[in-house]
Design a protein around this ligand. Structure first.
Ligand SMILES: *Cc1c(COP(=O)(O)O)cnc(C)c1O
Length: 367
């Protein structure tokens, strides 16, 4: 048996009657952009996050970009970002005209911390974008305290963390605004691209609504140079169906994580994810670490187990950011993680039988 990294077909199959019925309804309604499905989804997703507003946009990258722009971040500003994240976190900052300033993460969690930001702060620092990496919430209280003292804006990158909780509160309501992605492989995934900005600030929500629709509230009146970044009716309708199953699907992920943690606990040289007491993770990914990662990955492939690496090239070493002149030796933890992390199969349709195959394969490594 091949154990897939993530089975999107199974996700569709489980909900096929509901999704098909919904898509048919939207097809027949004849309204495809900025209609009632989007409005309903925005209300439902805001409520899910425990926040006042959600604004649907085209994807997670643009959710981050528009959240930053709505707070006035732009050319001349610096924005603190994690050194180990998907490059979109950095690209969103770059697209506003501001400069991403990386901070090396804490090794235990892989997330950035308030203490870690010391060397990155300058008079131009205007915002920080903590990422809840792999679905594990960053330690937000100290970050919020620091940001408040400094007058910074806090934008959560919650693209991997739909439904995760920090000290009992859902991510998405922990900063000035949060950005979500509904890329198909995320915990809440559309059948294409999608994203949302979530905030408690009514003025910011209005600003994002303006920016996502050509800077226009009223047709042909363009108040600001906006963009076209809208979550369409088909995707919003599918997301409404999937949102109703998100808690249950996250529960299955948690159960799968529990089984991995239990079964892999006693294996030498294997570092397992640790959950800090402040966190209730969404288990978007189950990421372990091994000094001989590449050899372990080939071994698992031979045993029919698909794995991925999140992420093999940190943004500071990406050709896209060569011009910033960043030195890899300044980000030793991000460097180390990029060489040792390995993501095991994870998702709501991973069966205990599949997990047994993964566990047996790992146990056989090096024997
Ligand atoms: C997926 C992701 C994004 C970007 O989302 P898209 O919808 O693919 O644009 C941003 N940040 C992180 C951490 C992500 O994992």
């Amino acid at each position: 048996m091949i154990v897939p990294f993530l089975d999107l077909q199974a996700a569709y199959q489980e909900l096929a009657p509901e999704i098909d019925e919904t898509l048919n309804r939207v097809l027949r309604a004849g309204r495809y952009i900025l209609g009632p499905e989007l409005e309903a989804f925005e209300e439902e997703f805001a409520a899910f996050c425990g926040a006042a507003h959600a604004v649907g946009v085209g994807n997670g990258l643009e959710a981050l970009e528009l959240a930053l722009r709505a707070h006035g971040i732009g050319p001349g500003d610096e924005v603190i970002v994690p050194a180990n994240t998907f490059i979109a976190t950095w690209l969103a900052v770059t697209r506003t005209g501001a400069r991403p300033v990386p901070v090396d993460p804490e090794e235990a969690s892989g997330n950035i911390t308030a203490e870690g930001m010391d060397g990155a702060i300058t008079p131009r620092t205007r915002a920080v974008v903590p990422v809840h990496l792999y679905g594990l919430p960053a330690d937000m209280d100290p970050i919020r305290d620091l940001a408040e003292r400094k007058g910074w804006v806090v934008i959560e990158d919650a693209a991997q963390a739909h439904g995760a909780k920090y000290r009992g509160n859902k991510v998405g309501s922990l900063g000035h605004a949060a950005a979500f992605s509904f890329y198909p492989g995320k915990n809440l995934g559309a059948l294409g691209d999608g994203g949302a900005v979530v905030t408690n600030d009514t003025a910011i929500a209005e600003r994002v609504r303006l920016l996502r629709n050509y800077g226009s509230r009223e047709k042909y009146i363009h108040e600001v140079p906006g963009v076209n970044s809208r979550l369409d009716e088909m995707q919003a309708a599918v997301l409404r169906v999937k949102l109703r199953h998100l808690e249950e699907w996250n529960r299955r992920r948690k159960e799968a994580a529990r089984l991995y943690l239990e079964e892999l606990a006693a294996i030498p040289d294997l570092l397992l994810p640790r959950v800090p007491s402040h966190a209730d993770p969404a288990w978007h990914l189950f990421v372990l670490r091994h000094a001989e990662r590449d050899r372990l990955q080939s071994h698992l492939r031979a045993w029919g187990v698909e794995t991925l690496i999140h992420y093999p090239v940190p943004p500071h070493r990406s050709p896209a950011y060569r011009a910033l002149g960043l030195r890899p030796e300044d980000y030793p933890v991000a460097e180390k993680l990029s060489r040792s992390v390995l993501s095991l199969p994870m998702g709501p349709h991973l069966t205990p039988e599949m997990q047994r195959q993964v566990v047996s394969a790992i146990r056989a490594f090096g024997r």
